[in-house]
Design a protein around this ligand. Structure first.
Ligand code: GAR
Length: 238
């Protein structure tokens, strides 16, 4: 990957950006999606309403039919399909994805419902410059089917976590969580609906913290306003 001389972990704003904020060039952000892209939409909405001064340089999906790509096109953002099923091999898919990311040259990659495991090389190339949102209160329930598993286990709380991505699945250091109390009559769907409302709040929030330089990734730790964040900050549903 041709990521210039930028060391992983160091977010340098807008090496090639056109737009600027009052404080300088805008953070260039690429979003990866596999599905409906409601988190992407929350990010687009936050940009449109002026609360998230970043530049979305592209939306990439492993599935050409992902509705997230349509959301990008509707918002005038470059939509790129790197079709996993059309690739001759996983290695070829990974190479094509890396090429697209290198071309977009983002300061930050945001995984928003991207459902493939990225190769360690890509993760390491963007170490400290890649975020994920995962629907559980990590470290609880990494992996799939988090709502069903939390309900089956009789948990009192469930939620969602924004974290920096490291090569271990759903294990990178957490930045911000949104938690909801599980109600006696909750189903997977009702729980998901409440948790996702929180996602639309916390994902733009964390991206904004990074754009403002308030959140940094230093020595594999999250720094918030210059303080080591040992555990993610938590917002509880009101
Ligand atoms: C989100 O709820 C996100 O937490 C989850 O996928 C959903 C995507 O929804 N991500 C994962 O499960 C990653 N392990 P969206 O496409 O509507 O934003």
């Amino acid at each position: 990957m041709t990521q210039g001389a930028r060391p992983s972990g160091a977010i340098t704003k807008g090496a090639m950006t056109k737009g600027t904020t009052n404080k300088g060039p805008k953070l260039r952000v690429a979003v990866l999606v596999s599905g409906s892209g409601t988190n992407l939409q929350a990010i687009i909405n936050a940009i449109d309403n002026g609360t998230l001064p970043i530049e979305l340089v592209g939306v990439v999906s492993d599935r050409p039919e992902a509705f997230g790509l349509q959301r990008a096109r509707d918002a005038g953002i470059e939509a790129i399909a790197v079709d996993f099923r059309a690739a001759a091999s996983r290695a070829e898919y990974n190479r094509r994805l890396d090429d697209e990311l290198a071309r977009l040259n983002p300061d930050l990659i945001v995984l928003a419902g991207y459902m493939r495991i990225l190769p360690a090389k890509t993760v390491n190339d963007f170490r400290g410059r890649m975020l994920n949102i995962h629907p559980s209160l990590l470290p609880a329930y990494p992996g799939l089917d988090t709502y069903a598993r939390a309900l089956a286990a009789g948990e009192q709380w469930h939620g969602t976590t924004v974290h920096f991505v490291t090569p271990e699945l759903d294990a990178g250091p957490g930045i911000l969580q949104y938690r909801v109390k599980i109600l006696a009559d909750d189903t997977e769907q009702t729980l998901r609906d409440r948790v996702q409302k929180g996602e639309y709040l916390i994902y733009p929030q964390v991206i904004n913290w990074i754009a403002e330089g308030r959140v940094k990734f230093e020595n594999d730790c999250v720094m918030l306003d210059g303080q080591h964040l040992k555990n993610p900050s938590v917002i509880t549903e009101s």
